[in-house]
Write a protein that binds this ligand. Structure first.
Ligand code: MLT
Length: 274
C-alpha cells in the first residue's frame, strides 16, 4: 500500500500491476460503505496480474485519514479520486468501477471529470436520492456511531449485504467483511452517512453519460434490487446490464468468477484492455 497526501487528507491506496499497452485503461476500483479497498481483493488479484489496478481507501475508511470537522459529500470523494490520479501521474483514461457508495461517487466523477473516463462500471448502486425516511434512519445511525462506536453500523449493514447462498455456505467473504467494518473509523463512517443522506438524485444525468457503461447487480441484492438497476442501465445510452448469479449486494466478492468474467469481457470489447 502507498500513502498519498492530498491537502487535508492522506489516502492509502493499492496500486497494483502495469499496463501492457498504451491503449489499455487503468482500472480504478472504488469501494462501498462502510468498507475499504479489501472488498475488491478478488479483482485486485485478477486484474492486477493483467494490467494496472488502483484501489484506494476513501477518506475516513481503511488506512486513509479523516479530515476532522470538514463536511463531506459524494463530490468530495470524487474530487479526492481525481487528485489521487494526478498524484499517481495517471495520464491515460481510466475505467471507473464503483460499488454502491462507490457508484454514488461514480455519478459525481462522471459529471465533473468525464474527460478522464474510458469506461464506467457501476455495481449494486442507485441513482435516486434517499427518501425522507432513509435520511432519518441515517441521521439516527450517525448519532449512534458517534456515541457507541461501529457496532450499530455493523448490525444495520450485515443482514443486507449478502445473498442467501453466500450466507448458507458461510463463504469467507462474510468474515472478511465483518473485519473491514470493525476496522472502520466511527468519524469517517458518520461523515459518509451524512454525505449519503444528502446526495442528489442523479437519475436525470444518466442520459448524458457518453462512455461505454456496464451496470452490474447481484441476483439477490436487497439494497439496489435487480429491477432498479435494470432501470439505470436502460437510461444510460448503450449500457450493458449483467446480473451476477447467486450474489447479493456484494456481487464482486460473492461470485468473483462470474463478476471478473463479465468485467473482463466488457473491458476487452469496449476499451483497449488486452
Ligand atoms: C454501500 O454498500 O455502499 C451502501 O449500502 C450504500 C448505502 O447505504 O446507500
Amino acid at each position: 500500500m502507498k500513502v498519498v497526501s492530498l491537502g487535508d487528507v492522506r489516502l492509502a491506496v493499492e496500486d497494483r500491476g502495469r499496463s501492457r499497452s498504451s491503449s489499455e485503461p487503468i482500472l480504478l476500483l472504488v469501494h462501498g460503505f462502510p468498507l475499504d479497498h479489501t472488498m475488491w481483493q478478488p479483482q485486485i488479484d485478477y486484474f492486477g496480474s493483467r494490467g494496472r489496478v488502483i484501489s484506494p481507501d476513501l477518506r475516513g475508511f481503511g488506512g486513509s485519514s479523516n479530515a476532522a470537522g470538514s463536511p463531506v459529500s459524494m463530490g468530495t470523494y470524487a474530487h479526492d479520486l481525481n487528485a489521487l490520479l494526478d498524484r499517481l501521474e495517471v495520464d491515460r483514461p481510466i475505467a471507473f468501477c464503483g460499488l454502491s457508495m462507490g457508484g454514488y461517487i461514480a455519478w459525481q466523477f462522471c459529471a465533473k471529470y468525464a474527460s478522464r473516463l474510458a469506461a464506467l462500471v457501476v455495481c449494486d448502486t442507485r441513482s435516486i436520492a434517499d427518501t425522507p425516511q432513509a435520511v432519518a434512519g441515517r441521521m439516527e445511525l450517525t448519532k449512534r456511531v458517534l456515541a457507541e462506536g461501529i457496532d450499530p453500523v455493523k448490525a444495520a449493514m450485515m443482514p443486507k449485504l449478502f445473498g442467501p447462498e453466500t450466507v448458507a455456505k458461510q463463504l469467507p467473504c462474510i468474515a472478511d467483511t465483518v473485519a473491514a467494518i470493525e476496522r472502520a473509523s466511527p468519524i469517517g463512517v458518520a461523515a459518509a452517512l451524512v454525505a449519503m443522506a444528502g446526495r442528489p438524485d442523479m437519475t436525470a444525468s444518466l442520459a448524458e453519460i457518453r462512455v461505454p457503461t456496464l451496470v452490474v447487480v447481484g441476483e439477490h441484492d436487497v439494497i439496489s434490487p435487480v429491477e432498479e438497476m435494470r432501470g439505470i442501465a436502460e437510461r444510460v445510452p448503450g449500457a450493458e446490464f449483467v446480473v451476477i448469479p447467486g450474489a447479493g449486494h456484494m456481487s464482486p466478492l460473492e461470485n468473483p468468477a462470474a463478476y471478473n468474467a463479465a468485467l473482463e469481457r466488457f473491458l476487452r470489447e469496449k476499451t483497449g484492455w488486452a
